[in-house]
Design a protein around this ligand. Sequence first.
Ligand SMILES: Cc1cc2nc3c(=O)[nH]c(=O)nc-3n(C[C@H](O)[C@H](O)[C@H](O)COP(=O)(O)OP(=O)(O)OC[C@H]3O[C@@H](n4cnc5c(N)ncnc54)[C@H](O)[C@@H]3O)c2cc1C
Length: 372
Amino acid sequence: MRVFERIETLEPAARTLIVTHRMRELLGRAAEGSIVNEIRRFELFTDGRAATIALDHPDLIIERRALIQNLAAEAQRAGAKLELGRRFHAMHANGKGPSGKGPRGKGPHEQALTVEVERCADGSREEVHADAIIGGDGAASRVARAAGWAPLETVPLMQAIVPLPKDMPADTVRVWFVPQDTPYFYWLIPESATRGALGVIGESGAETRHHLERFLEKRKLDPIEFQGARIPVYKRWIPVRRAVGGGSVYLVGDAAAQVKVSTVGGIVTGFRGALGVAEAILNGGASRELRTLRRELDFHLLLRRSLHRFQQSDYSRLVDLLNDPAKKSLGEYSRDEAWKMLWRVCLRQPRLVLLGLRGLLMRSKSIDKTRA
Ligand SMILES: Cc1cc2nc3c(=O)[nH]c(=O)nc-3n(C[C@H](O)[C@H](O)[C@H](O)COP(=O)(O)OP(=O)(O)OC[C@H]3O[C@@H](n4cnc5c(N)ncnc54)[C@H](O)[C@@H]3O)c2cc1C
């Protein structure tokens, strides 16, 4: 297997990310080597109200650069050839391969797809042949465009690295719901005892930066640096395989919008997507992981639809309704088991179901108004 990556060295920008403990099961050793902190509590704030949720299984703060380096080392140990400074440029079906005109051959020139790979340093191109290509090239995936998938809708995510406030323990994440600024939320995630990432997801880039700067000012936090990018929005399940001539093209991660749209976290779901594609290739198309991932992503979409029209009074009610048994259920399951978590929460506080339904109805009313 050959892996093409456009960056020139395995020294990508450092960035800390928060993931659920599911990451440990998925990645084992590669995950362990990149963990820099563990999170045991979430504090939720809205309009002067607060709720604390203690996690039974800590969330993990991971360092992206270390994770990438560990994964690269594991891939190489497993026999993959890593080719850095090479960019996927284009591909076409060449009439060979399993269902093409020619017989399936063993040599590279008998494979179904021809891929053009560009050397980033000088723009020179090389042709590579394969029966299957996997595009894990992010939200603006060139592999997806070349194989005919439609472009994805994206939202801006921005965060500032800040000194951690003195009153904030290093094992606690803070979340603020401020619906007049964003239908998503602000967060402050400690990456160590002294620094944290304060971020927000918005709908337009300029507005999101403005809101983040105002929020930093209000909290008297001086940014050390800013980080940001566009994150794909999961709108519906994107089939991960397309036949191109006699070959197959697959997508994983952000390229297939495998992002939990309630929290816009894409690391664990992206790895699940990758595991699913591996299963599908090995089992002739069937993958249990892809089925369960789809169900999970659809469930987060339903949640997002409900939360997206929440007003201040709804968030205040949400925090007020979080009684002790409901908070306990929120801490028992991770965001990567949203089904189980919300089922238990709603059993323990049924009025939350009504609040969720209200969010969904508000949404359909506002859609009806736009259509009218
Ligand atoms: C600031 C920020 C904070 C985030 N925080 C979190 C978080 O806390 N938790 C979480 O779960 N998620 C978080 N996310 C989202 C998460 O980072 C993404 O969902 C995840 O990185 C997706 O992984 P990916 O491999 O699919 O895509 P990417 O991480 O985008 O990787 C794509 C790779 O493909 C390479 N590439 C692109 N085009 C080509 C090409 N033509 N040829 C060759 N190589 C190419 C790129 O160089 C890159 O290495 C955050 C995102 C941002 C921007």
